[in-house]
Structure formats: C-alpha cells, structure tokens
Design a protein around this ligand. Structure first.
Ligand SMILES: Cc1ncc(COP(=O)(O)O)c(C=O)c1O
Length: 435
C-alpha cells in the first residue's frame, strides 16, 4: 500500500467503527466528471457513481456546486419542518412535476433509510393496517423499520432483531429462480406463491398495509424482474386495498433512463421513495405519496434536517438541469446503456466467469459463476476482479453474492466508458486464469 493511504487507513481504524468498506483501499481526495482521484494523486475511472449518488458526474456539475455555495453564504439550515422557506417549496413543486398526475405530497429527509422509514409509517397511517410484505434480496436500509424489510444478507440483520410486522416473499430472480422454474413458462408462479402461502396461511391480506419493493433490486444483486411481474404484484395490492411502495433510492433519478424505474414495468406505485442521486452529493431523501391518500396528522412525523437549504439548493439545481434536458438525458442513458450492455454480453462470450449480464439503461451488472451449468457463485473471483480493476485505475462495486455493478455517472464520456470496460475485461481475464 502507498504511504499516505496506509496512514489514513490506520488512523481511520483507530477512531471509527467498522462499516461496509470495500475490499480495496481507495482513499478519496477529489473528483470531477468521469474521474475520482485518491490521496496519492492516482486517477480512477468511476463505474460506481460513489454508490449511485453522482448520476450527473463525480462531484456533480459546477452549476450544482455554485448553487450550494451560494446558499451556504445565505442560510444553510432553516428548520424547514418547523418554519417555512421558499426554496424547498420551489423544489417540491418541481419534484412533483416529475411524478405521475395526482402525486405529491412529499416528505423530505436525509437518506434512503429515512425515506423508507417514512413510507412504512405513512402506509400504516393511510391504511390503518400494520403488516408489510417485502422481498428476499431486497435492501431498504439499516435503521429498524427499513432493516426489518431488508433481506439481502443475514449479516445485515444478525443480532439486531427481532423484527416484527414484515412478511418476506421470494423475488423474481429468474437467473436463480427460487422455484427452479423458467420464465415465461412458469406463468409467474412466484406471484401465485404470495397468494397461496403468505397471504393465505400467515397474514390476512386485510392486515397488510403495503407491498414494499425495489423496481430493480440493487444491493441484493441488480436483479431485474420480468416485464409483467409488477403488474401482477400491483393486482394483489389492488385486490386487497394494500399500497404498492417503490423504493427508487438506487434505481431512480434517470439511472434506468426513466425518472422512476418502476415506469419500466408500466406500473404506478402509491408511494415512491428516493435518495442518493436526488441530493446530487449532499444528503437528501424524499417520500412522495399519491395525493388521494391524504395528509398525516400534525406532529405524527417530522425531522430536523429535512429540507436543509444547502442540500435543497443542490438538489434543485440538479433537478432543474434534468427537467430542461430530460429527453436528451433519457436518450443518452438508453444509448450508452445499450452500448455497455452489448460490450458486457460480448465479454461474456469470451469469459465463462460471467454467468449473467443484466440491467436496464445504465443500471447494469454482471454475475460471476465458477461454472455456467452449476451456476456456483464465483465469490472469491468477484473480489479478485474488483481488486484487479482498482489496481488498474477503475472503481467497481459488488452486489449480491457474486455480482459486480456497472453504474458510471450517466454523463460518462465514450472514451472513459470504453477504457473502463477494457480494464474490467483485463481484470476478469486475470481472475479467470487463477480459477
Ligand atoms: C434501494 C435502496 N434503498 C435504501 C437504501 C438505503 O439508503 P441510505 O444508505 O441512504 O440510508 C439503499 C442504499 O444502498 C438502497 O440501495
């Protein structure tokens, strides 16, 4: 390890509790556009958007930064949940225009988990019911309510339970179908299962407030369900007066080419949650409910920093840019996404280590397997690919048991995209040799 890197990591470990640090020692110093630079001055192509935050380029645009700086000199925090201010109102009015007709009201918060906590509470308040259905492999956050729904890796829940009021059901993970079936021949038997088992034998549908889902599962492995899946899930919610909640924290904000990733499935949820990229680099979460659901009683939910003026200034500048250039951004994401997906599929033809290539728009992933027939997850090889890439100047993130996310900023140049994919392939080649 390099000297400065070594030293920061040593001091970090002295003062901070362990979190979810990556297997490679990247010490961030600065960033711009397609690139991040570490404390040694090394340049990296970013295929992570710093965990799906910098959709519009590393460190966001100059426009976003100037908006934040301007607001910081005026007033950073104005206790927006207790007093009023115009800037968050303007932002809220803009945000609502990005949702289907009849959406808004909004609750602003500081993170994905907080946006989801709010959605759980609101769904209970709106329906006067107390159970939630969530999916295996889902990731909704790490505070008590959202962790109760998260079921991606047992270590995330170990020692923190018991969690009550959540019933977990299998997701349509077709590459590893929990029912050993194949789509479309299966007729979506995973949806039938929800009706036949949990909703018949475990919990009365009359007591279920909401089905909570990511449109594409993120942390759990970049799992894309089949096209008709959410129509059937929505049918269940409509049959029983439940709400459908779409956690767009990772998949939303144009990552799949659409502002709402659920739109890829032709389904409208009742509540949407967003975070990560909506704040363009500063902490922000948003919970957006269908207007017909009504309001919540005064005093029943709030926070201190929701609507923080510095965060809203950046988010508003970023959203303003998106609204002005929406068509162009949509087309750009679909074009670059298609190019990257094709390149990954070609890579899969050359390397047996890649078992599956999947994703929509620029939310892509490869799943690594030791053997394509047995589909045994190539866990060690995945770590090796990611470390090799780091050594060669590419930042990558894992997902699920043996997948790698490919989520560069949506603004990435053709040159960086191609170079990043070349590094990825070299890294796969090196790990394959040692298999
Ligand atoms: C889909 C999804 N929901 C919720 C969260 C939690 O967000 P945060 O880490 O901001 O609390 C994440 C974080 O990765 C996520 O991917």
């Amino acid at each position: 390890m390099a000297k400065k890197t070594d030293e920061v990591i040593r001091r970090d470990r002295e003062v901070f509790l362990t979190t979810t640090r990556q297997s490679y020692p990247f010490v961030a110093e600065r960033g711009e556009g397609d690139f991040a630079y570490d404390i040694e001055g090394r340049e990296f192509i970013d295929f992570t958007s710093f965990i799906s935050v910098y959709n519009m380029g590393v460190n966001s645009s100059r426009e976003v930064r100037e908006a934040i700086k301007g607001q910081v000199d005026k007033l950073m925090h104005a206790a927006f949940t207790d007093y009023y201010s115009e800037l968050p109102v303007e932002f809220g009015e803009m945000l609502i225009r990005m949702f289907p007709k009849g959406f808004g009201k909004i609750f602003l918060s500081n993170s994905g988990t907080e946006a989801n906590e709010a959605a759980i509470k609101f769904s209970k308040l709106f329906t006067k019911r107390h159970y939630t259905i969530a999916f295996y492999n889902s990731f909704h956050g790490r505070t008590n309510g959202s962790l109760g729904m998260t079921a991606s890796k047992a270590v995330q829940r170990e020692n923190f339970g018991p969690f009550t009021g959540v019933v977990h059901v299998p997701f349509a993970y077709c590459y590893r179908c929990p029912f050993n079936s194949e789509y479309p021949g299966c007729g979506l038997s995973c949806v039938d299962y929800i009706r036949k088992y949990p909703l018949s034998k475990e919990v009365s549908p009359k007591e279920v407030a909401a089905i909570f889902t990511e449109p594409i599962q993120g942390e759990g492995g970049y799992i894309v369900p089949p096209k008709g899946y959410f129509k059937e899930i929505k049918r269940i919610t409509e049959e029983h007066g439940m709400l459908l909640i779409s956690d767009e924290v990772q998949a939303g904000y144009m990552r799949t080419g659409k502002f709402l990733a659920m739109d890829n499935f032709g389904v409208e949820a009742d509540i949407y949650t967003m975070a990560k990229s909506i704040g363009a680099g500063l902490p922000m979460g948003a919970t957006v409910a269908r207007r017909s659901l009504g309001d919540i009683p005064a005093g029943s939910h709030s926070n201190t920093f929701g609507g923080n003026l510095a965060a809203v200034a950046g988010a508003k500048a970023s959203l303003g840019h998106l609204m002005k250039n929406r068509k162009g951004i949509e087309a750009m994401v679909m074009l670059k996404g298609a190019k990257m997906k094709k390149a990954l599929e070609r890579m899969a033809e050359r390397h047996g280590l890649i078992g599956d290539v999947r994703g929509i728009g620029m939310m892509l992933a490869i799943e690594l397997v030791k053997d394509r027939r047995s589909k045994e997850p190539a866990v060690k090889e995945r770590e090796e690919v990611i470390k090799n890439a780091y050594r060669k100047g590419l930042l990558l993130l894992p997902a699920g048991e043996s997948s790698i996310r490919i989520i560069p900023p949506l603004t990435i140049s053709e040159g960086s995209m191609v170079k990043g994919l070349e590094i990825l392939e070299e890294s796969i080649k090196m790990a394959s040799k040692r298999k």
